[in-house]
Every structure is written in C-alpha cells, then in structure tokens.
Design a protein around this ligand. Structure first.
Ligand code: ADP
Ligand code: ZN
Length: 601
C-alpha cells in the first residue's frame, strides 16, 4: 500500500488502516484503473473513492441518486477539511453558479452530482473544461432495469466513458447478486474494470427471528430491554399498519414517526430528515423507506411482517449498524404472515413464471425462519458464501431443540383432512384441543375422530406445528377458500407413517436466558464512564445544533466511546483516537481536552 494513501487515511479521516479490500481498491483507482466494488452496507465503500479523490489531481465527481443526503455528505467532508460541494435540484441558480465557479477554479476535491443533472449538456460541457480526477458511480445497481431501485437516468451514465475515456471510473453497490453485477458491467461499459467482491457478512448484526405471539408487545419488550434510547427502523407491510404501529409506540412513550408512500412528499422528507439528524428516533415504515438512509448509527431493524425474499430481508436489515457497532435485526414471524404472503403471490397480476419465482423466494425465506442452524450461515449460503456458526444469532446463542413431530404432524394433517380442507389454523386447533363452541357444533366437528386428540398440548404448540407444516410444504394455504389449509402431495407419506418430520422448538428457559446475556459487542463499554459519555454526547449535540448538521457528522458514537475510555489529556493523545483527522483535532481538540480534564479521574 502506498505511503501517500495511508497518510491521507490517517491525517484526513483519522483511521489507522484500511479495511478489507479498501487498500487494493484505493491503489487501483488512484492508479487510474476502473473498478466495480461490491461491498455490503457499512463495509466502507465511501473511502474507496474519497481517498483516491484526494490522491489524484483535479475534482472527483460522485454520481449519487440520494439527493436528500448530499448536503450531509458535503457537511461530513467539510468537517474533515475536504473541499466538497454538490449539484442537484435543491440549489437555486446563484448557488449553482457558485459551485460551477469553484469547479472551474479548481478549488474542489469532491463534487456530488445527481445523475439527471450530470446528463445535461451544461454539466457535461462544464466537466470537459476541467479534468475530473475520477468518476464514482454510487448505488450502481440503480442501472439494473429489473431491480427495485431502477433509475432511467443511470442508463445514460455510459456517456461518461464515451466523453472521458481516460478518467477512471469506480462503480459501487451493496447489491450482491450476479445478475445485477453483470448488468452494471454491461450498461456502464465496465468490461475492463477490476471487480472487487467483499464478503457480505455483517458480523456486528445479531439476527433473531421469534415466533409471533402478540407482535406489538414483543416488539415493545425488545425495544425496551435492548434498545431503550436507540435509533431504529420498524418495517410493516401496509400503510395502515405503519400508521397504527407508530401511533401505538408513541402512546407507549417512545419517539416514533411513520413513513410510507401514501404520505405527502413534504411530510415524508421531513420524517426522513428527522431520523437522519435526531438521536434515538424510531421510524415505522413500509419498504418505501429504503435507499436514502445513510444513518450510520441505526441500532436495530425490526420486522413486524415477513418480507418477500431473503434479498429484501438482507437489504432492510443491512441498514442497521453501518458504523460497525453492535446492532440487532429482529423479526416476529407467524403462520398468518405466510398466509398473507402466499395470498399476495396468488393474487398478483404477474405471469405464471413470476409467481413461481416469488413462491420459491418466499420458500427460501421460510427456510431461514424455520432453520435450527446458524442464521448467518444460512443467509450467507443463500448468497453463495460459506461460513462457520457465528455465535451472534438467536440459534447460536440458544440452540433450538429439534423434536420428532411425526405424530403431531399426523394429528394436524388429519384434522385438516377430516374437516374437509376448508378451515384455517384457528379452527383446526380448536378441533384438536377439543374445544366446545358454536362453530364446532355447527359443523359437528365434535363428532370427528380427531376431536380432542391434541388436548395434551397448548394452543401455542399447535400454532407452531401448523406454521411449520406450511413452511415445510406439507400443507398449504388455499386462497380460493379464504385461507383454509389444504394438504399437499408431500403430506401423504407423513400420514401413512412413512416419513419422519422434525420440527424446531425454543425452550422457554433459554429464551429468557438469551435475552439477558448480550454477547460482547464489537464496541465494548468496558472502562467507559457512563456520565462522561453522556457529557460528550451532550457536547456533540450542542455542536451539531449550532452547525445544523447531524450529530454523527461531528464525531461518531464509537469515537466518543473511545474518548471516554482513553481520556487523552492533550491534542497528541486525541489524534490517536480513531475518527480524529487533523482537521477535527484542530477544530474540537481544545474543547474536548478541557471537557475530559474537567471530569475528574
Ligand atoms: P458503506 O457506504 O459501504 O455503507 P461507509 O463508507 O458509510 O459504508 O462506511 C461505514 C462506516 O465505516 C463509516 O462509519 C466509516 O467511517 C467506517 N469506516 C470505513 N472504512 C474504515 C476504516 N478503514 N477504518 C475505520 N473506519 C472505517
Ligand atoms: Zn449464528
């Protein structure tokens, strides 16, 4: 690795070393090569173009669709002493002229541009009067036409290669699948680019999938015990549920805001901006709340409804813990979720092929929900990566028992069959448990041989059995008859006693234990005075307010924690703390040394 790159990394960004593939990428791009970078969220993509931008002469041009974030990105760069500006539709003409002037004067290191702006003749002409240091194409998967973030303006970015063949280009994305990768290479003419694929593991995220019981209460308990003052995202499927859940959380005394496509644009933007800037805010959202979130300190992502696929789940949960600190991906999942998702698929307008693909994606996700193995191993395997059990997911921390559910399955499947394959799980459970009631009598279900054969177990047990039967493909949900459970071909050998069925069960005991024992988080709090940390946060909040930038732009949480632990008593000591570049030491050093010194020992 070149000395110069390390020097920039240390002096400007305050980091001691590069992570993973960063060093290779920086060297390659700084040397004039094209690159395609596939790295998970939080992997550290930004440095891959920011460091070469400072190493090469001229202005680096960063194309990004995330207009709402550009101001904060520029603010963060300015804090580091990097000369940065942006061009997008939020600027008035005078502001645009000013940016253009600095660009032509050669006084900018970095220029962020919205793609629709870059494609204009005015902008391309402007760029031809300077020599761009490099082009960085962020969120490069936006060029993929069948992807969910497709932006038509991205297709035109191939013009960069045609107009500026000698300027190195680096395209970056956190979307992992090979099809998208190929499409990016094709559409952006990156055939000669070196491709850097990082592991998509996010070791600091703890995955937990719980059986849905009373989802809201479970969520509240999770937030109160694990993340009482933290920023987080709660995903729901419908707008109505988003509104209701946000309202409910507020009624429980939490700071929560709704976000969905049914709200007017201004309110939506306001809620996103508050999430980005305030601390400890929860946003309850549909998946419309997605790409535009660049907040590094989201401590949890919770799913109250099942996503549609593992890709979706991974992308959504990936928004947690970008700063590398401990974070949670928590989901409550039950049979009703499976019923709902299957209905979406069955009732969708799509072609037969589309429905088949959606169905198998859902099956893959159910496999993740029902696995007794390490969640991370399962997730990474889906993306083609191998790994060892992680020790940081619910299944690793409190391994579920598997039990021989063959007899229970026979009972449940018989109940479906004997009642004519016309009833949902609720009624079937009543039949099995020998409950009395109007519906039971109306259908004379108390006369059936299966009536009461499941008395020994409680409702919770049977709900879990039916859910797993569906997940295992032994029963399926029939939407023609309002969510009734019907048998599949695969049920036959089970009913005949020719096939063993294994199911998972989480023992109550370990459920409790798992909640109480947090594994050591990547950011250890050992030797950190909580009062001092609070004082540092208060100082940061004040700075952030005065400068009207998000708090993390001033200093990251992990930097504050290190400050509180190491308590440097001079500027030199301060410069050794990760996250302190020369400019930040200069700007905040005296105030911080004084604050730390005044805090006693
Ligand atoms: P991405 O864009 O891939 O989601 P970012 O570029 O936002 O990730 O980086 C995620 C976090 O990791 C940021 O807080 C950043 O400061 C930090 N980071 C990145 N590279 C390094 C490094 N080499 N050393 C220390 N921290 C780093
Ligand atoms: Zn694990």
């Amino acid at each position: 690795m070149s000395e110069a790159a390390l020097k920039v990394l240390k002096e400007v960004f305050g980091h001691a070393g590069f992570r993973g593939a960063q060093a290779d990428i920086v060297q390659h791009v700084a040397g004039g090569g094209d690159a395609l970078v596939l790295m998970p969220t939080g992997g550290g993509k930004s440095l891959c173009y920011q460091v070469p931008a400072l190493l090469r002469s001229g202005t680096a041009v960063v194309v990004s669709p995330l207009i709402a974030l550009m101001q904060d990105q520029v603010a963060a760069m300015t804090q580091l002493g990097v000369r940065a500006a942006f061009l997008n539709s939020t600027l008035d003409l005078e502001q645009v002229r000013e940016v253009e002037r600095s660009l032509l004067d050669g006084t900018l290191d970095l220029l962020y541009v919205a793609p629709e702006r870059l494609n204009t003749p005015r902008c391309l002409d402007l760029l031809s009067h300077i020599r761009p240091a490099l082009f960085a194409i962020d969120e490069a998967h936006c060029v993929a036409q069948w992807g969910h973030d497709f932006r038509p303006e991205y297709l035109q970015l191939s013009v960069l290669h045609e107009r500026f063949p000698d300027v190195p280009r680096i395209a970056l994305t956190a979307t992992a699948d090979p099809a998208t990768r190929d499409e990016i290479i094709d559409r952006l003419a990156l055939h000669d680019a070196r491709v850097f694929v990082s592991s998509f593991d996010r070791p600091n995220i703890r995955y937990t999938i719980v059986d849905k019981d009373d989802a809201r209460k479970q969520l509240l308990r999770f937030i109160r015990t694990e993340h009482p003052d933290d920023a987080g995202i709660v995903y729901c499927l419908s707008r109505k549920k988003v509104d209701e859940t946000a309202e409910w959380l507020v009624a429980q005394g939490l700071k929560a805001l709704p976000y969905h496509a049914g709200m007017d644009a201004a309110t939506r933007a306001a809620h996103q901006a508050r999430f980005q800037r305030e601390e400890g805010l929860i946003v309850v959202a549909t998946i419309a709340f997605g790409m535009g979130i660049d907040k590094p300190d989201v401590r949890f992502v919770a799913h109250l409804d099942l996503p549609r696929s593992i890709e979706g789940y991974y992308q959504e949960t990936g928004r947690a813990g970008r700063d590398g600190g401990a974070a949670d991906a928590w989901m409550a999942y039950g049979l009703a979720d499976v019923v709902q998702q299957r209905r979406f698929i069955d009732q969708s307008e799509g072609s037969e092929a589309f429905r088949r693909i959606s169905g198998s994606k859902l099956d893959a996700l159910l496999g993740l929900c029902e696995t007794a193995q390490c969640r991370r191993v399962h997730l990474l395997a889906y993306f083609g990566e191998e790994g060892a059990p992680c020790g940081n997911c619910d299944n690793c921390l409190s391994p579920p028992e598997t039990w021989d559910a063959s007899v229970a399955s026979q009972k449940a499947l018989s109940a479906i069959y004997r009642t004519g394959q016309r009833f949902g799980a609720g009624h079937l459970i009543d039949v099995l448990r020998g409950k009395d009631g109007e519906r039971i009598r109306q259908w004379a279900h108390d006369q059936l041989s299966v009536y009461g054969i499941g008395k020994a177990e409680d409702e919770h047990h049977w709900r879990s059995v039916f859910r797993q039967l569906v997940a295992l493909g032994l029963a399926r949900v029939d939407h023609e008859s309002y969510g009734a459970l019907v048998l599949t071909e695969a049920a036959r050998p089970v009913l005949r006693g020719e096939r063993t069925v294994m199911m998972r069960r989480i023992p109550e005991r370990t459920k409790e234990a798992a909640r109480r024992t947090r594994s050591p988080s990547p950011v250890s709090m050992e030797g950190v005075d909580a009062n001092l940390l609070a004082a540092l946060k208060a100082w940061r909040l004040e700075e952030a307010r005065t400068q009207s930038v998000p708090a993390y732009v001033i200093l990251h949480d992990s930097t504050l924690v290190e400050l509180a632990r190491q308590r440097p008593d001079d500027l030199e000591g301060l410069a050794d703390i990760p996250g302190f570049g020369a400019r930040k030491v200069e700007r905040y050093g005296d105030a911080l040394v004084e604050l730390l010194g005044g805090f006693g020992g």
